[in-house]
Design a binder for this molecule. Sequence first.
Ligand code: SF4
Length: 546
Amino acid sequence: MSRVAERASRPRHPAEDARVFLFHCAEYDVARIRAIVGGVLSELGLHPAGRTLVKPNLVCAGEPFAHAYTRPEIVEGVLGALKDAERRDDPMTELAVGERCAITIPTRFVFREAGYDPMLERAGAKRYCFEEVPQVEIPLTHEGRLRDYLFTPEPVAKADFFVNCPKFKAHPWTTVTFSMKNYIGIQDDRHRLIDHDHALNRKVADLQYIVQPQLVVIDAIVAGEGRMLTPIPRNMNLVIVGNNQVAIDAVGCRIIGLDPLSVEHVRLAHERGFGPVSLDEIRLGGDVTLDEAKQRAKGFQVGLVRVEKYFEGTSIQAYAGPAPTRGLKKTGAPGATSSDDHYCWGGCPGVMEEVIEVLRLADEHCDRKLPRIHLVFGKYEGALDVGYGEKVIFVGDCVEWSGKLGGELVHVRSKYVEREDLDPYGARHKDVYARMLKMANKLRELRARPWIRLEGCPVSVGELILLLAELGGINNPYFDRRAVVGFNRAYLAWRATDAWKRLTGSSYQVRGPTERGAARPDVTPPARGASSDATKERDGADTTAE
Ligand code: SF4
């Protein structure tokens, strides 16, 4: 990528001219989406060059998750527009689409289920399953960071031109998932789970230092209300495009009637200089006004509901005590408030809410079939209202409780590991078949006595699905005939690829300084010893070519 082009197409930071465009789009029409995105690229004077990477939200796909992911028509339109805007004298050296979907599930399976594979072939774009490429280290130096480095897939670190293509959805852990929250998919399972608890918003804000998009295109044609894995579809008929993700998320919040500063990751990124939230500092464009967009989203439900309330009136009774706060207090992260820290919004309670919705979709009689269950989270000091024969599940590493159950005196002690002691270098992959076996053992345990304890920080969605499906005799979505063969084939292919790489000496986790592409944000100082051509060229251009 040439110096001049790189300077022209680098993400601006802090956003000098934050632009957000709202466009009407009645349906998933590739030609219309291509024209919309092409128009914005032209207006912003953007030309993709070098390693160009598009990141959709493919958290999950398949029938129960039909509204959870960025539709392939959006990405096909984006890829077409990028090719239209490419300059011959400064071409793209790679055009790729990359993602890490929900943990445990092979991304190659979700790409296929979501209909991406034939689309990528048509568009001539490469596919990256982020858990199948090397993970490289990105140092962090900003004040209030959760840790000193993060791991991300190599193609993300090396991207010169980065396009974020999220789905417009509510989220039970972070209120909304628009552009910034889509970054949870730029980490593989083992690294994603670190700080995926009551620090989740802060983790999302820290991920912003890895890469910044030159372009954001949000799929809000059919948006998702209430939840993130199984959202309630909401026709908004919008494609939202912009050049700064704080600005675009702030506009997204305003569309659904939220103060952007009430969403912690938006506020933190704004305070750290990643972009504006005030409409005075954001230039709006497109063919739909903000007021019209607000009308389309009137009454939009976000998913932030405490777990006790969420399960009211069902056979599940939840009890949530406070989660540990020590590690967070120590970091002195700006914005850490005691009320945020008391309830684990980013962890186990939200996992449970998503799990039950997946089971409800898999089996319409789910609520009737489930026996009465008591779920305990955090350090809970109250009594449990457990009747004869009812079961108690203590959820997560941090759970603590003492009392009598079925005549037995029970002491559940915290196994929570302080976040300072969690080492991303030591994080390991957890095998899905081992998880299944573990749940089968837990189930046996639960049949023999009134309680069990599930470990994890957070606990795994997949494990809870397996356990509750068996406990209630509910149709298990993991064993859905339509998906089971494809899932297992994709999982085994992924693990075989991984094993082969290890056998041939390739490192999965690469320590130390790494080469960064031009989409690296200005706020990140050069990686220690980084020697990318892009870095050298950019630094040279900054001082000589004005
Ligand atoms: S174990 Fe669960 S509830 Fe406890 S801190 Fe971790 S994610 Fe939160």
